[in-house]
Write a protein that binds this ligand. Structure first.
Ligand SMILES: NC(=O)c1ccc[n+]([C@@H]2O[C@H](COP(=O)([O-])OP(=O)(O)OC[C@H]3O[C@@H](n4cnc5c(N)ncnc54)[C@H](O)[C@@H]3O)[C@@H](O)[C@H]2O)c1
Length: 251
């Protein structure tokens, strides 16, 4: 799909990887609408980028339905969805305070996995109404998994399970939507310098970065964005999860 002809929603676009993707899409000539729970930062980011903004909670069916209707109306259509909204959580299966909270586990899965699927299913239903382009494409969806989907660390049962779910649904969703001409892929980032990671503190971040092979540094959000744009453009990449991690394999 040509970027200049894309009308894209980027969830979690107020910050980090989503924001960088929204900015890169806009610079490539796409129309962009940001969805984010954080209304103040979402509106600020959209203003700076020149994108639209709708305050949306990805876990809420009504909120996403309304957001998609507003985005379609303002962009005159919807051809791409990049799911970046997510939270990072850490809690041991049995910790000092006792067993892992069930609510904290469910909340992580609700935002990272169910929230991504909620946006995917509703956006795909809208895309299915598009006229196909010259390649027969009606739309493309990109989800954000994590290398934790494959190499979750201590304290990451909830986060790793949510991201393994995101990676796992790429292929069946691509199969379900093939007849509609809609592609589905996921990106599994390693360690990227965003507010999510900055929150861990310098020492922990430096420790994590030590295992990155080359380039020996954290990823830059614009490097994630470049991959997201390629997955939108390249019609033959479908039903897969692409790692972007500087050859990092977490222990
Ligand atoms: N930064 C990394 O190293 C890294 C690595 C692997 C995977 N990821 C994944 O990439 C995605 C983006 O991460 P980031 O580092 O840019 O984080 P970030 O915290 O900078 O941005 C996440 C955004 O999602 C929004 N959000 C959270 N819950 C939401 C909800 N219910 N509805 C709508 N918006 C919501 C937040 O307000 C925030 O703006 C996440 O899914 C994260 O798990 C990040």
């Amino acid at each position: 799909m040509k970027l200049a002809e894309a009308a894209a929603i980027v969830t979690g676009g107020a910050s980090g990887l989503g924001r960088a993707t929204a900015e890169a899409l806009k610079a490539a000539g796409a129309q962009v609408t940001i969805f984010d729970l954080d209304a103040a930062r979402g509106a600020e980011a959209a203003g700076q980028i020149g994108a639209g903004f709708v305050p949306v909670d990805v876990t809420d069916a009504g909120s996403v339905t309304g957001g998609i209707a507003a985005a379609r109306a303002s962009m005159g259509g919807l051809t791409a969805l990049v799911n970046c909204a997510g939270i990072a959580t850490g809690e041991k299966t049995v910790g000092r305070e006792g067993p892992h909270g069930l609510e904290s586990f469910a909340r992580t899965v609700s935002i990272n996995l169910t929230g991504s699927f909620n946006c995917l299913r509703l956006a795909a239903a809208a895309m299915a109404e598009n006229a196909p382009n010259a390649d027969g494409e009606r739309g493309v969806v990109i989800n954000t998994a994590s290398v934790a989907a494959f190499e979750g660390q201590k304290g990451q049962t909830a986060y790793a399970a949510s991201k393994a779910g995101v990676a796992g649904l790429s292929l069946p969703a691509a199969r379900d939507l093939a007849g509609h001409g809609i592609r589905v892929n996921a990106i599994a980032p390693g360690l990227f310098l965003t507010p999510m990671l900055e929150g861990l503190g310098e020492e922990i971040v430096a420790g994590l970065a030590a295992d990155v092979q080359f380039p020996k540094r954290l990823g830059r959000p614009e490097e994630f964005a470049a991959l997201a744009l390629h997955l939108i453009e390249n019609p033959y990449i479908n039903g897969t999860t692409v790692r972007i991690d500087g050859a990092l394999r977490m222990p």
